[in-house]
Design a protein around this ligand. Structure first.
Ligand code: GNR
Ligand code: NI
Length: 174
């Protein structure tokens, strides 16, 4: 496994839709494992391939509590088949928007179809943080960030701060 560099916003690579995976083969399995390692090291509870510069429809998530045993999901071509009418508000963060958080409202439960590590079609019914996280990751595959779900004012503040940090880092690299 290998740790991959995570792209930070604003960056055009985070705004483009990702392409479907034709087949989960060894190269996709390696990508999934590298993404999982990168996510655990960050640390984070989810990661989408565009965040590591790969425009493929691949996500990984693990929302197990810190004391419980890990529960990783590796998904290719995830699709929301059904979403609940009842909504849930969750404070979200994103490894591509470091140190910024905002409340986002999303469906509380979702049913997801995806292709697993073995190239087999599977379905999962998710609720709570797992449902939020899967929706957040699928958004990345469409070039959507959690700040696209909040007010223009809050989004502007966050993106301007990140752009400023990038300018400062470019002129005085660490
Ligand atoms: O680590 C992460 N935490 C998180 C918290 C609330 C809602 C979504 C997330 S996903 C995020 C990692 C990430 O950026 N995935 O794309
Ligand atoms: Ni994210």
């Amino acid at each position: 496994m290998a740790e991959l560099p995570i792209i930070v916003a604003p960056d055009p690579r985070l705004a483009r839709p990702a392409k479907p995976v034709a087949k989960v083969d060894d190269s996709i399995r390696k990508l999934m494992n590298d993404m999982l390692e990168t996510m655990y090291l960050a640390p984070g509870i989810g990661l989408a391939a565009p965040q590591v510069g790969v425009l493929k429809r691949v996500i990984v998530v693990d929302c197990a509590k810190a004391d419980d045993k890990p529960k990783p999901y590796k998904m290719a071509n995830p699709e929301i088949l059904w979403q609940s009418e009842d909504m849930m508000v969750q404070s979200e963060g994103c490894l591509s928007l470091p140190e910024h958080y905002a409340d986002v409202e999303r469906p509380a439960e979702v049913r997801v179809r995806y292709v697993d590590e073995q190239n087999e079609i599977r379905e999962l019914h998710a609720k709570g943080l797992l449902a939020t996280c899967i929706q957040h990751e699928i958004d990345h595959l469409e070039g959507v960030l959690f700040v696209d779900h909040i007010s223009t004012l809050k989004r502007g503040i966050i993106l301007r701060k990140l752009a400023k940090t990038k300018r400062l880092n470019a002129s005085a690299p660490v």
